[in-house]
Design a protein around this ligand. Structure first.
Ligand code: CAA
Length: 258
């Protein structure tokens, strides 16, 4: 389908998705989330792509779920449609790494979308928050679950209950974002990180992502066993032979499975 709410581009082996509802500060609606899911799955299936970047505008990564669309809804309307969370899990089905490049507001569903990504790189202009309490609701796309895991219970409570916003420096201190860069360098830095990832052996990249995500789902002993099995399995790949041989021969590896 032609996309109305996102722009899709490729830069070398990186797929770039730009949220594009500027008048609504990239507020998320069903159509945008459908398009985002479709574009992500298309890049995931594309052999020419090794990593994906999602970004927004200078002013907003995304200012949350579209309040105008849901303001008049009844319980049954939102329960039946599941609004933007209907296909939220699509993002979790993506096996290649997804980097959120966040400038400006990442609020409500926008913050939750960033937290669904594997790496969050923030511009120094970024502001994160879960201000749904001001609307008489609570976060509905994972904010109450992922935020405490990312930044601690105390800070998640603070953000969700007071609706205050957190700047990029605080977000980095708290562990929500992996690095903060000057706003005018954001896309270049995110694309450079994605390009590095896309140059490695894709099986090991995907397995590293899967193993780290497993840490959030299972007890430690089970996670460590999972990691060990995955580590063993990578010795069946040509890229493990190539990676280790290249190290010993003091040359750059030529990975076959990228
Ligand atoms: N939904 C719909 N429209 C939105 C929006 C949203 N979440 N956020 C901003 N907009 C619209 C505004 O209505 C405005 O439209 P008009 O020009 O037609 O009036 C336009 O975007 C620009 O916004 P502002 O004029 O408000 O810009 P600002 O710079 O003064 O303020 C802001 C920016 C602080 C982000 C403010 O827009 C704001 O507070 N937005 C709402 C943030 C929010 O509450 N997000 C949570 C949504 S609920 C949710 O996400 C639930 C969930 O967990 C799934």
């Amino acid at each position: 389908m032609p996309y109305e709410n996102i722009l899709v581009d490729t830069r070398g082996r990186v797929g770039l998705i730009t949220l594009n509802r500027p008048k609504q500060l990239n507020a998320l609606n069903d159509r945008l989330m459908d398009e985002l899911g479709e574009a992500l799955l298309a890049f995931d299936a594309d052999e020419g792509i090794g990593a994906i970047v999602i970004t927004g505008s200078e002013k907003a990564f995304a200012a949350g779920a579209d309040i105008a669309a849901m303001a008049g809804w009844s319980y049954m309307d939102v329960h039946r449609s599941q609004y933007i969370t209907r296909n939220w899990e699509t993002i979790r089905r993506v096996r290649k790494p997804v980097i959120a490049a966040v400038a400006g507001f990442a609020l409500g569903g926008g913050c939750e979308l960033a937290m669904m990504c594997d790496i969050v790189i923030a511009a120094d202009s970024a502001r994160f928050g879960q201000p749904e309490i001001k609307l008489g609701v609570i976060p509905g796309a994972g904010g109450t679950q992922r935020l405490p895991r990312a930044v601690s219970k105390a800070k998640a409570m603070d953000l969700c209950l007071t609706a205050r916003l957190m700047d990029a420096a605080e977000a980095e201190r708290s562990g929500l974002v992996s690095r903060v860069v000057p706003a005018d360098r954001l896309l270049d830095e995110a694309l450079a990180a994605a390009q590095i990832i896309a140059g490695f052996s894709l099986p090991s990249v995907m397995m590293a992502k899967e193993a780290i995500n497993r840490a959030y789902e299972v007890p430690l002993a089970e996670g460590v066993t999972f990691e060990r099995r995955v580590f063993h399995s990578l010795f069946a790949t040509e890229d493990q032979k190539e990676g280790m041989a290249a190290f010993l021969e003091k040359r750059a590896p030529q990975f076959r499975h990228r």
